[in-house]
Design a protein. Structure first.
Length: 236
């Protein structure tokens, strides 16, 4: 069975090897990549004035890594709030207090993180290093709770051309996606049919796939073993 992995290289290291060891034929055909923002100015300005924030919230490892690369001081009085251990890892050693969200089934990482921050009575303002394409669950939920959040672009998302998406779909018995943007791209590319079984990584990606009319055969959480398990389940 040909399993096509569409996420950016390095997103789930070891997944292709694990699938190959189970007898699958994995192929990496990234339909998404990540680039620096057009300018680092807004993020750098926020990091220079970090002491005016009470917390930094990160929902992706890329956002955290951008901050780690550009942060010149270790802020003693600012909490780090992260969607999970992988998101926190690039910055964990730089902050005295590291707090994690509490993932919930069928809820996006941003919404879960926001609920944990509200429950902990985090005071505003909060700095949010994020991508240029994002779901605004974190921003909307915190704002509704009266917590001011300052979003600064830390990376830019670049999608492949529709022709690349059509080629990836045509080569797949099972298509694995890990981004709502890729879900929408793939659905548009396969608008005329010929859709393989879909495995989505994370409830947010799965929700986006359902919204565009391509319900996943399996939904995996971030751990690599869960993705492998859902690929196997998709065969059923």
């Amino acid at each position: 069975m040909r399993v096509v992995l569409t996420f950016a290289r390095g997103t789930l290291p070891g997944l292709a090897e694990s699938l190959r060891a189970m007898g699958f034929d994995p192929a990496e055909r990234p339909l998404i990549s990540f680039e620096p923002p057009p300018t680092w100015g807004p993020l750098d300005d926020a990091l220079r004035e970090l002491d005016r924030y009470t917390a930094i919230a990160v929902t992706s490892r890329r956002g955290a890594q951008a901050v780690a690369d550009r942060l010149r001081i270790n802020p003693p009085n600012v909490e780090l709030w992260a969607a999970g251990p992988a998101s926190a890892e690039p910055l964990a050693s730089r902050f005295a207090a590291v707090r994690l969200g509490e993932p919930r089934a069928k809820e996006g990482a941003g919404a879960s993180l926001a609920r944990a921050m509200i429950a902990a009575k985090v005071r505003p303002p909060v700095l949010y290093p994020c991508g240029d394409r994002r779901r605004d669950e974190l921003i909307d939920t915190l704002t509704q709770a009266g917590i001011t959040i300052d979003a600064r672009i830390a990376y830019r998302t670049v999608l492949a051309e529709p022709a690349a998406a059509r080629a990836a779909i045509a080569a797949a018995d099972i298509l694995v996606i890990a981004s709502p943007s890729v879900a929408r791209l793939a659905a548009a590319a396969a608008a005329n049919g010929g859709r393989p079984a879909l495995v989505a990584v994370g409830p947010t990606t799965a929700g986006a796939a359902r919204e565009v009319g391509w319900p996943p055969a399996g939904t995996a959480d971030r751990p690599l073993a869960d993705v492998v398990a859902e690929v196997v389940r998709a065969l059923g």
